[in-house]
Ligand binder design. Structure first.
Ligand code: KIV
Ligand code: ZN
Length: 504
């Protein structure tokens, strides 16, 4: 069956950028717009060109450089706004001008100080003016959800007759509810004589947390364009989130039967991360679809269920939105099944009694620590079961370093009961120490990762170093702690080398 397409109008760069603290420069806007094109949105509202020279330039650059989607610029119902919008978007293959004018009693009385007939006249005039410049004109009766219904129908009809190809119904202040918003859209279809000459769009804000619900209710009542933003960013509480709308339509195809959004959903996560990084707007962990926990399970019963059959607790596949895998968070609520699976993935196959012992140690640690990482598990196993023999032990070390000295180290170790001294130079004192150790014990490994972190605070903070060494026998990690970072580094390296020796 041929599904009808819901036009995805992305306003991340216009309404999204209006959210406090999210402003983007021209390069950042262009980068996001290019990614939105890869995501496959149909329309990019790139900005409000009259609002500042910077915004004008960004819309112009996006229109010049971004291929695929229509590029749209916002304008008040004023000629100079429409001129600026057109001058910025005209470089696109499919430019669009989006004109808005408030129609609710509250806005007309307090903000515009104009009566209904005057508003109607201005709206029609603006749409006609925009239509003389650009064949694709969208009109929004701002605060539509709080507009008197009969007046709303008159405005929608008049702007369509004036040439608007899309009429967008904004819930500007996020005041509506799904039932009420459905009635508004239904009412438009039933009471606007030339409604079939335009696409009815919706633009829902999230002040009551209903932005997505209202947009979807509108879609079920005939709206065929949805205005939304990545991560739901936007004025105040934000706009309806693009990823939630797209995934709802896709996941609940039983409800949105003959509808589809042509979005490359595998690009969702990447786009979300890019927008978050460039706007500085952090995505909350429990945010639907793109939050860090959206595909993470911690409860033992859930982990067990997902490991047996994913659909027990997952309604979408993480890879469909570009998330590489389901995350099993190991914490105090996790059960044996998830614990055992993770160990298996890390390459540990334990006997039943070893597993039981390790699981008990894991539970003790999980009571103290919120999340148990792979390194913690390795430590649990190393400490309890394998008991890695300490063939190699640090005795002393001496380093020389400075901005005019080639870093060098003398390291004394006890290796299988005998003392050895070794000297080496390096790129830095740590590198010199590691090279000195390599001269004594040749495990043939390669340092893959080196990290230092402070485990206590204050001037006498204890530094913890973790290293990863890769060799033919696999990857091992090592840890060492000391108030001296060089010593902590040597200990971590020796710890990893001992594991490699044991594996060999
Ligand atoms: O929320 C709103 O009403 C708007 C319009 C400009 C469409 O952003
Ligand atoms: Zn808005």
């Amino acid at each position: 069956m041929n599904k009808e397409k819901i036009i995805i109008f992305d306003t991340t760069l216009r309404d999204g950028e209006q959210c406090p603290g999210a402003s983007l420069n021209i390069d950042e806007k262009t980068e996001i717009a290019k990614q939105l094109a890869v995501l496959g949105v149909d329309v990019i509202e790139a900005g409000f060109p009259i609002s500042s020279p910077g915004d004008f330039e960004s819309v112009k650059r996006v229109a010049k450089e971004v291929k695929g989607p229509s590029i749209c610029g916002l304008a008040r119902a004023i000629e100079k706004d429409i001129d600026a919008a057109y001058d910025a978007v005209k470089y696109s293959k499919s430019p669009r001008i989006h004109v808005f004018l408030a129609t609710s009693k509250i806005h007309m009385k307090y903000k515009l100080k104009k009566a209904e007939d005057e508003i109607l006249r201005l709206a029609v005039r603006a749409v006609k003016y925009a239509g003389m410049k650009c064949s694709d004109v969208e009109f929004s009766p701002e605060d539509a959800s709080r507009t008197e219904r009969d007046f709303l129908y008159r405005v929608v009809d008049a702007v369509i007759r004036a040439g608007a190809k899309t009429v967008n119904i904004p819930d500007t202040v996020g005041y509506s509810t799904p039932f009420e918003f459905s009635q508004i859209i239904k009412g438009i279809y039933e009471n606007v004589p030339c409604v079939d000459k335009a696409v009815i769009s919706v633009h829902c804000h999230n002040d009551l947390g209903l932005g997505v619900a209202n947009s979807l209710a509108a879609v079920l009542n005939g709206a065929r364009q949805v205005e939304c933003t990545i991560n739901g960013i936007g004025e105040r509480a934000g706009n309806a989130s693009l990823e939630e709308i797209v995934m709802a339509i896709r996941t609940r195809s039983d409800i949105f039967k003959d509808l589809k959004a042509d979005i490359n959903t595998k690009e969702i996560f990447k786009t979300s991360r890019l927008v978050s990084k460039l706007t500085g707007m952090i995505v909350q962990s429990n945010k639907a679809i793109v939050g860090a926990n959206a595909f993470a399970h911690e409860a033992g019963i859930h982990q067990d269920g997902v490991l047996k059959e994913r659909i027990t607790y997952e309604i979408m596949r993480p890879e469909d939105v570009g998330v590489t895998e389901t995350k099993m968070v190991l914490g105090k609520h996790s059960g044996r099944h998830a614990f055992k699976e993770r160990l298996k993935r890390l390459g540990f196959t334990l006997k039943e009694n070893q597993l039981e012992e390790a699981f008990n140690r894991f539970k003790i640690l999980a009571d103290k620590k919120k999340e148990i990482f792979d390194e913690d598990l390795e430590a649990i196993i190393d400490e309890g079961i394998s008991k890695i023999p300490e063939d190699l032990k640090l005795k002393h070390f001496h380093i020389e370093s400075g901005d005019r000295t080639k870093p060098s180290a003398v390291v004394t170790v006890n290796y299988k009961g005998k003392l050895y001294d070794s000297t080496s130079c390096g790129d830095g004192p740590v590198d010199a120490c590691f090279k000195a150790i390599d001269k004594i014990v040749r495990v043939g490994g390669k340092l893959l990762d080196y990290q230092v972190k402070s485990v206590t605070s204050g001037k006498d903070a204890l530094g913890e170093v973790s290293v990863k060494i890769g060799s033919k026998s696999g990857v091992v990690s090592g840890r060492g702690a000391s108030t001296d970072i060089i010593e902590a580094s040597i200990k971590a390296y020796i710890n990893a080398v001992n594991k490699l020796l044991y594996k060999k």
